[in-house]
Design a protein around this ligand. Structure first.
Ligand code: NAP
Length: 255
């Protein structure tokens, strides 16, 4: 019997999980991407792209495609799709598991200013001109047009279009991982005195946080949104184990 699994992805872990589950002959795995990135990394399993049309649309898709398990492996700041996933799974009566990468915790030497939104981050930079490294992706970068006094270094996977209506912005196109040594060099060469970051967690983008700590640079950290409470695991391995358990023959499941 084939078990049909839909993974909501867009993250490195989603891709890893898909590859891992696809190795099992009795799993049919599809990965879903929002379609934000112009040339997403190769995913290694069948991919579908684009929104479903809210929770109702996703529930209809789960039903029509006879999905046996929905896995939410989206980015921790993609709160809408996670809420839709929880709601759709309930509506369609399909089990759901979430891959929830833990956030970073501040350690000695960190200078974090915690804010609840990107707009608040722009205000938290203050009125005096600063040299700011924006490492929050391109989707919400325009919020910093409200603080045009600063000089911005803006890094994203795809180009920020339109460019920000601020007098001094430098754009950098790059895809992680970003090692600490490179991030230190970047902060230094641009004379950065504030980093704006989301609390993505994981290793791939932690380099800027460690680099900021090493240089005594403030990090304006946008707090994570609240996500629905569904069964979850923190790592690809732990989630794959839950999936194996869910679909193990009854005799192997234990209690
Ligand atoms: P979102 O606000 O939660 O989702 C908005 C809509 O996009 C959803 O309602 C859904 O449309 C569609 N969607 C999202 N993920 C999808 C998926 N895997 N498959 C199919 N449709 C999907 O999420 P977002 O707009 O993608 O991102 C929100 C924030 O998260 C951004 O600020 C971004 O910075 C951050 N983010 C970062 C990364 C990253 O760094 N790797 C990746 C993703 C997001 P329908 O309602 O029509 O189904």
């Amino acid at each position: 019997m084939t078990h049909r699994i839909l993974i909501l992805g867009g993250t490195t872990e989603a891709r890893q999980l898909a590859g891992r589950l696809a190795r099992r002959a009795d799993f049919s795995v599809t990965l879903s991407l929002a379609g934000r990135t112009e040339s997403p990394a190769a995913q290694g399993v069948p991919v579908r792209v684009g929104g479903f049309g809210g929770a109702d649309g996703l529930a209809a898709y789960l039903h029509a495609d006879k999905i046996d398990l929905l896995i939410d492996a989206t980015h921790p700041y993609a709160a809408r799709i996670s809420a839709n996933a929880a709601e759709a799974a309930k509506q369609a009566g399909v089990p759901i598991l979430a891959l929830r990468r833990p956030g970073w915790e501040p350690v000695d030497g960190d200078r974090w200013t915690l804010v609840d939104s990107v707009a608040e981050a722009a205000r938290a930079l203050g009125t005096a001109p600063r040299r700011v490294f924006l490492a929050i992706g391109r989707q919400e970068a325009s919020a910093f047009e409200a603080a045009p006094q600063h000089r911005y270094l803006i890094r994203s996977v795809d180009p920020v279009e339109p460019k920000l209506a601020v007098p001094d912005a430098h754009y950098l196109l790059a895809r992680g991982p970003f090692p600490e040594a490179d991030e230190r060099a970047l902060l230094e060469s641009h004379g950065i005195d504030a980093v704006v970051s989301k609390n993505s967690g994981g290793e791939a983008t932690y380099g800027k946080i460690a680099a900021a700590r090493a240089h005594g640079v403030e990090v304006v950290m946008v707090r994570r949104p609240v996500l629905p409470d569904v069964p979850s695991a923190e790592t690809v391995d732990a989630l794959a184990a839950k999936v194996d358990h869910l679909f193990a023959p009854v005799a192997e499941r234990g209690v």
